[in-house]
Design a protein around this ligand. Structure first.
Ligand code: TRP
Ligand code: SF4
Length: 326
């Protein structure tokens, strides 16, 4: 509390986190050293596209919390909570809806893009159009100063700032205009060299077992022109090498040189990567095992976070109602 910056961000509980998601999570973990951090599980957001699959939600929420804690989010330092536990966010969403021009939502590039991409899925709904507004309400309910997200979220942050400005102008200044903190781009690409994504089968989850890790790495594409073991390789076009840079920085240079001279073979290179990645993720697995044995501890963490978050959101809503003379 005090004059520390308020940092807030959320993730949709849409299945286990993978190494691609971990780059954002890593920023969250770092930020908790110095700021007042609020991190939430965006279960209402999951409904905007997944309103049919509500049966998966509670399991996914549990899993997300496990992923967060095992990777290093610390409930002693950050407020970890669940969006739907703070009804004030819904009230703010409603009030902000009154002052948000539809055109701002319709022209949002993520809206148009998703409508195209998720064709066949019935998402021509009011809730889906309002996704950025819901996100704005999440952020503004905590009067956040900074929001660490992936760059794909830039349009939503822009709308959030526009809505904050409009509110402050119409009534009185309640909201800071939150800045976006775009972290380091994804640490690694997907195992096939494209962006790591749930929609392609090219991801490695944070909770992967050593066997899974080995299997995924074995199937990775290497330098396509390196047909034989005796052919020199080109690390700069090889996805395995991208991974070595991140997870095996100590051996990276030697591997690079050796690859160029056909010294190291791809099978061996992958084995070395797999063993490094296993070692990297082992502390996560250990923490996860420890927590899995204590389900009520998870409940407690979320419950405590929900309450802390609700306290702040309640204060904001008081300010909002007062400003609007409600
Ligand atoms: N839209 C974000 C995503 O898909 C998740 C999210 C929801 C969020 N509400 C937020 C992120 C508030 C930051 C702040 O990744
Ligand atoms: Fe890629 Fe390693 Fe094979 Fe070189 S040796 S092409 S870096 S997998």
């Amino acid at each position: 509390m005090g004059n520390k910056k308020v940092v807030l961000s959320g993730m949709r509980p849409s299945g286990p986190l993978h190494l691609g998601n971990y780059s954002v999570l890593k920023d969250w973990i770092r930020l908790q050293e110095e700021h007042d951090c609020y991190y939430f599980i965006a279960d209402w957001h999951a409904l905007t596209t997944g309103y049919r699959e509500t049966g998966e939600l509670s399991g996914n929420i549990q899993e997300m919390l496990l992923d967060w804690l095992s990777a290093g989010l610390d409930p002693e330092r950050s407020v970890l909570f669940r969006q739907s536990a703070v009804l004030e966010q819904a009230e703010l969403y409603l009030l902000l809806a009154m002052i948000t021009p539809i055109a701002w939502l319709e022209r949002c590039p993520t809206f148009k893009e998703q409508l195209r991409e998720l064709k066949g899925k019935e998402i021509n709904t009011y809730g889906f159009l309002g996704y950025p507004l819901l996100q704005a309400a999440d952020i503004l309910a905590y009067r956040a100063d900074a929001v660490p997200v992936g760059e794909d979220q830039a349009p939503h942050l822009e709308i959030t700032r526009e809505i904050a400005r409009r509110f402050n102008h119409l009534y009185r200044k309640v909201f800071p205009e939150p800045e976006s903190l775009f972290g380091s781009a994804s640490l690694v690409p997907g195992t096939d060299g494209r962006k790591m994504s749930k929609s392609y089968d090219n991801y490695i989850v944070l909770s992967a077992s050593p066997e899974e890790i080995k299997k995924k790495i074995r199937s990775m594409i290497t330098d396509p022109r390196r047909a034989r073991r005796s052919d020199p390789g080109r690390p700069d076009v090889c996805t395995v090498y991208e991974f070595q840079k991140v997870f095996n920085p100590g051996e990276r240079q030697e591997i690079e040189e050796s690859c160029r001279q056909a010294g190291i073979g791809c099978v061996q290179c992958k084995e070395r990567l797999a063993s490094r990645l296993c070692r990297y993720l082992e502390p996560f697995a250990e923490k996860r095992r420890e927590l899995q044995g204590k389900p009520h501890r998870l409940q407690e963490i979320l419950e405590a976070g929900n309450q802390k978050a609700a306290r702040v959101a309640r204060q904001t809503l008081e300010m909002v109602r007062e400003a609007m003379q409600l």
